[in-house]
Design a binder for this molecule. Structure first.
Ligand SMILES: Nc1ncnc2c1ncn2[C@@H]1O[C@H](COP(=O)(O)OP(=O)(O)O)[C@@H](O)[C@H]1O
Ligand SMILES: [Mg+2]
Length: 362
């Protein structure tokens, strides 16, 4: 586990700062902090309760670490929300803001603003928050299977590699979560879709978390919102990095990156790989549409669990999401449909032997 003191570098360009305010007609009017905290159905925790619930933020209860801070495991009573003995009551994950300053507070409030009002089976549930002196914390339902990042990239006996079927299940769940965010009902751009922000519950449902960078989608027929460029290198869409113009298609690009990571078992950027393999997308691209060479880039840990046809469908979906031209990318509803069709493709005896043959011949 990390030190919980390191700082994750997020891509940030002040060049595009504040351009959203150029459009006086941009509704909806942002809600004030008091409105956000009052209107949500969330419990306001005292700092001391969370301190006790996490046994004084014990280092051995750290579940993960991101740009915002460390996340600790804790236990509270389901009805009174008071801290309980470890192993009893409701298991929670407590995210504690590390950074001083405005950006951290803004992300904390943004997360409450969205997760306090959006409900979907593929979003993580926010239980409450703490705002006391300089303390800023968020309290979520605990996700027993951790993040997709841990399953794909952590080599430990605790995290077994996910099977092909489970990868497709998680991909579909995450796609449904994004499709909901983009729907007219929610109209939100997530902006930080990556494997560490996709959590997995006990039934292997994907649950999106970490809404600190989320944004209201464009209104009044506009195609994009103008923003400061924030997000994570490797996952952010190229046109967004250049212009700061954010659209739902920026999220679709990030989805393509994650899908490709799931298929190959490789990180989008990995400086530990040999030269020429640091950037997953340009390295993998030539192999992804080739019936004979696709197996070269597929994750060896799921070898033999899928048909050639299914693998080609999945890689072609990832490639469409990664189109340089945003308009060529599918929308998330189409991605959901494509992944549902993929789930329906069952391995027949014939196609299974075809997979094995191709492996030998590859
Ligand atoms: N509800 C939760 N249940 C279990 N683990 C969690 C939960 N929330 C976060 N984590 C772990 O902590 C990590 C960082 O959480 P995240 O919300 O992404 O923080 P940040 O905003 O700092 O990026 C996740 O990648 C995951 O491993
Ligand atoms: Mg995160």
């Amino acid at each position: 586990m990390g030190s919980c003191f390191s700082v994750q570098i997020k891509a940030e360009s002040p060049l595009h700062a504040g351009s959203a305010s150029k459009h006086p007609s941009v509704p909806p009017t942002p809600r004030s902090q008091a409105e956000i905290l009052q209107s949500s159905n969330l419990k306001s925790f005292a700092f001391n309760d969370l301190k006790v619930a996490t046994r004084n933020f014990r280092p051995d209860s750290v579940l993960g670490e991101g740009g915002f801070g460390c996340v600790f495991k804790g236990w509270i009573d389901e009805n009174t929300f008071a801290a309980t003995r470890p192993g009893t009551g409701l298991v929670i994950a407590v995210k504690r803001l590390r950074q001083e300053g405005n950006q951290g507070h803004k992300e904390w409030l943004t997360e409450i603003n969205y997760l306090g009002t959006l409900y979907h089976p593929n979003l993580v549930k926010l239980v409450g928050y703490c705002l006391e002196d300089e303390h800023r914390l968020l309290v979520y339902e605990f996700m027993p299977r951790g993040s997709l990042e841990n399953h794909l990239f952590r080599r430990s006996s605790y995290f077994q590699p996910l099977s092909w079927n489970l990868r497709m299940r998680v991909a579909l769940g995450a796609a449904k979560g994004l499709a909901y965010l983009h729907s007219p009902e929610a109209k939100v751009i997530y902006r930080d879709f990556k494997t560490s922000n996709i959590l997995i519950d006990s039934k292997y449902n994907a649950r999106l978390s970490d809404f600190g960078l989320a944004k209201d989608g464009p209104v009044d027929g506009k195609s994009h919102v103008s923003t400061r460029v924030m997000g994570t290198y490797g996952y952010a869409a190229p046109e967004y990095m250049v212009t700061g113009h954010l659209t739902t298609k920026s999220d679709v690009y990030s989805f393509g990156v994650v899908l490709l990571e799931m298929l190959t078992g490789r990180r989008v950027i990995d400086k530990n790989r040999p030269t020429g393999e640091h950037n997953l997308i340009p390295w993998a691209k030539p192999y992804l549409t080739s019936k004979r060479r696709i197996f070269y880039v597929m994750d060896a840990r799921i070898q033999g669990q899928y048909t050639l046809a299914a693998a080609l469908r999945a890689t072609s979906l990832a490639l469409k999401c990664l189109s340089v031209e945003p308009r060529s990318r599918p929308d998330m509803d189409q991605v959901v449909k494509a992944l549902e069709q993929l789930q329906d493709m069952k391995i027949s005896a014939n196609s299974k032997s075809e997979v094995l043959q191709k492996h030998r011949g590859a």
